[in-house]
Write a protein that binds this ligand. Structure first.
Ligand code: PMP
Length: 307
C-alpha cells in the first residue's frame, strides 16, 4: 500500500469524526516526540457472513503493556476498547473487503512525563481478501535498538523509524521487506513482522529477547505447528543461518503469514512445504472455515452480516 487510504471516519475523543477533522495539536507530545503506542488488528468476513476480529483481547493487553512501559495512562476497559473498534468498523465495513484497524494511544497533553493525557484513536482500512504473495526479502544495515534504548517490546511509532529506514534502504534492490538484526548481529525481526525460518523439519524463530516484538501471530503459529506435528523452536538465529535456510517466512497480524521467495538476492525453493501448510491452516482458522483453538475470533455486533 504505497498510499494510506482516507476512510470516511476515524474514532477520536470517544466518537466517530470525519477523517479530515481527526487532527492532533502541533504542541502535544504525540507530535513533538512521536509519543504514541498502538496495535494493528485484522478482521475477516467469515463463511457464515459475519465479520470477526482476530485476538482482540491479546491486542488490548499488549497495548496496556506498551503504555505502561512508556508511562502513558490507558484507562479504557476492554469493553470500551472493543466498542470503539466496533463503532468504526460498523461505519466503514464493506462485504467485498476485509479490514485492518489501528488502535493508537496518542499523548495529547502533558510535558516530559508530567500530567500525561492520552486519547484512544482508531482508524480502519479496507484490505483485499487474498493470500499474500511471496516476497523478496533483504537484510538491513540498520539495527533494532537495544532493550535499554527503545525496546522492541514497546509497540510505539518511534520504533518504526528504523523500520522505515530499512525499507528505504531495501527499495532500490527490489526488496519488499527487510530483516533487522539486533545489536549483536543476530536476526531480530522484520520491519513489521516476525521471522520464521525452516531448517530440515523444524520451524525456528528468535525469542523476543533477541529484539522482536512479543508477537500475537507467532503464538498462533506455534500452536498451529504443534497441532500439525511440526516442531517449533524459539532460539537465536545467526545472519548466515538465515541465508542457508530451507524456507523463510514472516508472520504478523497484517502480513499474516507471508513466504519469502529470496533472501538477500539468494533464491529460496519455489515450494515452501512446511510454511505453506501453516499459512493455509492459518487462513482456514481466521476465516472460520476450519476453526482452531489458537485463533480467538470476536464478532462485531455493529457490522451488518454480509448475508
Ligand atoms: N514485529 C513488528 C515490528 C511488528 O510491527 C509486528 C506487527 N504488529 C510484529 C512483529 C508481529 O506482531 P503481531 O503478530 O502481534 O501482529
Amino acid at each position: 500500500m504505497a498510499q494510506l487510504q482516507r476512510p470516511t471516519f476515524a474514532f477520536m475523543n470517544r466518537r466517530l469524526v470525519p477523517w479530515d477533522e481527526a487532527t492532533l495539536h502541533i504542541g502535544c507530545e504525540a507530535s513533538i516526540r512521536g509519543l504514541n503506542v498502538f496495535e494493528g488488528l485484522k478482521g475477516y468476513w467469515q463463511t457464515d457472513g459475519r465479520f470477526k476480529v482476530v485476538m482482540v483481547r491479546q491486542h488490548y493487553e499488549r497495548l496496556k503493556r506498551s503504555a505502561r512501559l512508556l508511562h502513558i495512562p490507558f484507562e479504557s476497559s476492554f469493553e470500551e476498547y472493543l466498542g470503539a473498534i466496533d463503532q468504526l468498523i460498523g461505519a466503514l465495513a464493506n462485504p467485498e473487503k476485509d479490514m485492518w484497524a489501528r488502535t493508537t494511544l496518542f499523548v495529547t497533553d502533558g510535558h516530559w512525563g508530567e500530567n500525561t493525557v492520552s486519547d484512544l484513536v482508531v482508524t480502519a482500512y479496507h484490505q483485499e481478501k487474498k493470500l499474500p504473495s511471496a516476497i523478496r526479502l533483504g537484510m538491513s544495515t540498520w539495527r533494532r535498538s537495544s532493550d535499554v534504548a527503545l525496546s522492541a517490546r514497546i509497540k510505539t511509532g518511534s520504533n518504526y523509524q528504523v523500520s522505515r529506514l530499512a525499507r528505504i534502504e531495501g527499495r532500490p534492490s527490489g526488496y519488499e521487506d527487510m530483516v533487522l538484526l539486533n545489536q549483536s548481529g543476530r536476526v531480530a525481526e522484520a520491519t513489521g513482522s516476525c521471522v520464521l525460518m525452516v531448517r530440515g523439519e523444524t520451524v525456528f524463530t528468535p525469542p523476543a529477547t533477541e529484539g522482536a516484538l512479543e508477537s500475537i501471530t507467532l503464538d498462533i503459529v506455534e500452536w498451529l505447528a504443534q497441532s500439525m506435528n511440526v516442531k517449533f523452536v524459539r532460539r537465536p538465529i545467526d545472519r548466515t543461518e538465515l541465508l542457508i535456510a530451507d524456507e523463510i517466512g514472516l508472520c504478523g497480524t497484517l502480513c499474516e503469514i507471508t513466504l519469502a521467495s529470496s533472501i538477500e538476492g539468494l533464491p529460496l525453493s519455489e515450494k515452501s512445504p512446511i510454511l505453506g501448510a501453516i499459512q493455509q491452516r492459518y487462513f482456514e482458522a481466521v476465516r472460520g472455515t476450519n476453526p482452531h483453538p489458537a485463533v480467538d475470533l470476536t464478532v462485531l455486533p455493529s457490522v451488518k452480516s454480509a448475508r
